[in-house]
Design a protein. Structure first.
Length: 304
């Protein structure tokens, strides 16, 4: 089982890369306005870092690219909440306003010397290799690699995350959407698609890592539930024997055994209810494990 990759976005790791007070202030403003956008920014930064690692990027570029990703949606703090947090599909006019978060974010970075080096994140994360993106329709070879990587991380998290305005789409289906976007549209550009195929390949490896890690942890919890069920079933057996005991010494023996097996908060009156709850949890988690295992198999079959 592979270990989970380092979480670049952890507070300790970010401090080691001098995330200065100016940047922290900007992001604190973003957090106060829209919790979805802040969480999304964190997720995209984490994914971007790990995609860079799988693409074997130099460490300095990985750090730079990750901070660009962390700042990619900073312009959304100036998008009206009625649009940013709308329940439902945006109108054409609202979508036009929403798209300005790219240039707004770029301008925020350019006006602050401490943020200026990371302006590529806000400016390029919605551009496409085939020139169909926004805000400027920049195409390869003029589209910076950091923009290409962040776009892949951004789209993956945006699609898989549950938002207030759309339903959830599964991980495997999301990866299929991104794989499809690596394929050229001959009517637009016969040579390249919208997103970088190498970044998508790296993303798939990241998702496999995460899925394996989740399966590992669910497995640990299932083992715990199984042990608790066996313990409670033993209490039930002791209670039956205690109730049917013909001598006082036998009854005391089983009663003492029950007390030894009890966990905090459990009593002779409620342990069977606790047992049933553990059994329900076991079935639920086992079904989840089966789904995760099947999803992992499906993900490993994907080809870019």
């Amino acid at each position: 089982m592979k270990e989970l990759k380092m979480d670049f976005y952890s507070t300790t790791n970010l401090k080691s890369y001098d995330l200065d007070e100016s940047m922290r202030y900007q992001l604190a403003m973003l957090d106060s306005l829209d919790v979805f956008t802040r969480l999304h920014s964190e997720n995209v930064a984490n994914l971007t870092c790990r995609i860079c690692e799988y693409m074997h990027m130099k460490s300095y570029f990985t750090v730079y690219c990750t901070i660009c990703a962390y700042l990619h949606d900073i312009g959304k703090q100036f998008i009206p909440p009625s649009i940013l947090q709308k329940n439902g599909k945006l109108t054409d006019e609202e979508y036009t306003i929403m798209k300005t978060h790219t240039t707004i974010g770029y301008n925020i970075c350019m006006k602050d010397p401490k943020l200026r080096p990371y302006m590529a994140g806000p400016l390029y994360h919605h551009e496409a290799l085939d020139g169909t993106g926004y805000p400027n329709g920049v195409a390869t070879p003029n589209l910076p690699l950091e923009g290409q990587i962040i776009r892949v991380a951004d789209e993956f998290d945006a699609i898989t995350s549950k938002r207030q305005y759309k339903s959830h789409i599964g991980v495997c289906d999301t990866l299929k959407i991104l794989i499809d976007k690596t394929h050229p549209d001959k009517n637009v550009n016969p040579k390249v698609g919208k997103v970088n195929p190498k970044a998508v390949k790296a993303l798939i490896k990241v998702v496999i890592d995460d899925t394996e890690y989740e399966i590992y942890n669910v497995g640990l919890y299932i083992d715990y539930l199984n042990k608790e069920i066996k313990r409670l079933e033993q209490i039930r057996d002791y209670k039956i024997k205690m109730d049917n005991a013909k001598s006082e010494s036998d009854r005391v023996y089983y009663a003492n055994g029950i007390q030894v097996l009890f966990d905090t908060g459990e009593t002779i009156q409620n342990f069977e209810q606790v047992l049933e709850e553990y059994k329900k949890a076991y079935i639920f988690r086992q079904n989840g494990m089966d789904k995760l295992s099947q999803e992992l198999k499906d993900i490993k079959k994907l080809k870019v």
